[in-house]
Ligand binder design. Structure first.
Ligand SMILES: Cc1cc2nc3c(=O)[nH]c(=O)nc-3n(C[C@H](O)[C@H](O)[C@H](O)COP(=O)(O)O)c2cc1C
Length: 402
């Protein structure tokens, strides 16, 4: 996360300027305070209004602020902007601005801010392949790198000109990721593939009815966002839920029944380093789902139920040596004893035991009370707390064990 970090985004006149809107949005989502400084040329590509709305701050473009209420002569303090920032990222940076950075030419507010900045400066070039390849551009990049400016290399692909080659500005999410990694270098989950299951499963009785449970899917979504915020590559396989992930880097596969969840887990578990199985999977399903809506004719209706696959057990039995497996359990009696049995039987590295006994804990709440059980009877019980706090505590524990 970038909470409390002050990031200044510089925007220059490149066709990739629209991507700066996504970068600003992503930095805000990660909790950063964001301000934007633009070159006059960049206004042809994206409006200050868009960037001020997304950054929640006025955008700086001109040395002298336009007249307000008849008062002239207010000026934009490039020095203040340069001192304010913990990091200055110019994305996209044009070939023109690159060249000015090398010579120290100070003919716009972005350049004056650059020359005043005391913080680290990063640049993400964006230009046509021949402009990028040109010896002048390459020489400028070499000189700026020698001045400890960090260059985020452009990627290859189709360019706005229609040509194909190196020059596309790196994707905003990737840039935000790199910024996050730079401020928070410690996370062991960064770059790791993590599979998370969440939500309930619905087991069809007929086309309109099902057997389900009260799981809201909150925990799975909180876990997915928290893992992605730590830089992990996340796949969330979730049963029906109203909850939405906030982090755009989480890949979500929506499933309905335990059988569907099982199939999706089977297709993905082997690629992942960590699995966090928090879904409240129905233990039983109707033996046959009626093809048509069952009519209300008889006084009694008997449903034959059969066992669903045990997804967590399957993951444990098929776990490779370098995979870390977390399961969730909800017990209502002999909690610790039953939880420990589950940990062993399902070959888990950690079991999160949920409580239903305390007010504010369990399904649908934003709070919960949990105990972590690990092999060799190691346990840790936590007070009632926000699910977000508890799930981040779980991720700290996983990081510690990896
Ligand atoms: C449609 C269009 C797209 C452009 N795209 C780029 C680009 O991607 N990269 C670049 O370096 N210059 C590009 N330019 C040229 C710059 O806009 C131009 O050099 C401008 O002076 C840059 O000013 P600035 O660096 O002060 O923002 C483009 C120009 C036009 C008209």
């Amino acid at each position: 996360m970038l909470t409390g970090k002050k990031i200044l985004v510089g925007v220059t006149g490149s066709i990739a300027a629209y991507k700066s809107a996504f970068l600003v949005r992503e930095l805000i989502r990660l909790g950063a305070d964001v301000r934007v400084v633009m070159t006059p040329a960049s206004r042809e590509f994206i409006t200050p209004l868009t960037l001020s709305t997304l950054s929640k701050n006025p955008v700086a473009v001109d040395f002298v602020k336009p007249e307000t209420n008849g008062q002239a002569g207010e000026w934009e303090s490039h020095v203040e902007l340069g001192l304010w920032a913990d990091l200055f990222i110019i994305a996209p940076v044009s070939a023109n601005t690159l060249s000015k950075m090398v010579t120290g030419q100070c003919d716009n507010l972005l350049m004056a801010t650059y020359l005043s900045a005391k913080c680290p400066v990063w640049i993400a070039p964006a230009m046509d392949l021949d402009m990028y390849k040109h010896p002048s551009t390459q020489e400028n990049l070499t000189k700026l790198t020698a001045q400890t400016i960090r260059v985020i290399d452009p990627t290859s692909g189709e360019l706005a000109s229609g040509l194909d080659g190196k020059g596309r500005m790196q994707e905003p999410e990737e840039i935000a990721d790199q910024i996050d990694a730079w401020f928070n270098p410690a996370s062991k989950l960064r770059g790791k593939k993590i599979l998370i299951t969440g939500g309930p499963t619905y087991e069809a009785i007929d086309p309109v009815r099902f057997i389900g449970n009260h799981s809201s899917g909150k925990t799975g979504v909180i876990l997915a966002d928290a893992c992605a915020n730590r830089g992990a590559e996340v796949l969330l396989i979730t049963g029906p839920t109203q909850q939405r992930v906030k982090n755009p880097r989480v890949k979500v596969i929506a499933v309905t029944s335990a059988d569907e969840m099982m199939k999706t887990v089977e297709q993905n578990w082997f690629d992942c380093t960590v699995g966090i199985y928090s879904a409240a999977v129905a233990d039983y399903k109707p033996e046959f789902a009626a093809g048509e809506k069952i009519k209300k004719t008889d006084d009694r209706l008997t449903l034959n139920l059969v066992k669903n696959p045990d997804i967590l057990k399957w993951a444990g039995l098929n776990k490779k040596k370098d995979q870390y497996l977390v399961g969730f359990a909800l017990e209502t009696e002999n909690e610790l004893e039953n939880g420990t049995k589950k940990l062993v039987a399902k070959k888990l590295d950690l079991l999160v035991l949920n409580s239903l006994k305390d007010a504010g804990a369990g399904f649908g709440h934003d709070t919960n009370k949990v105990t972590f059980i690990k092999p060799n009877n190691k346990t840790a019980t936590f007070e009632l707390n926000e699910k977000t706090v508890l799930m981040n505590r779980l991720l700290d524990e996983i990081e510690h064990d990896l």
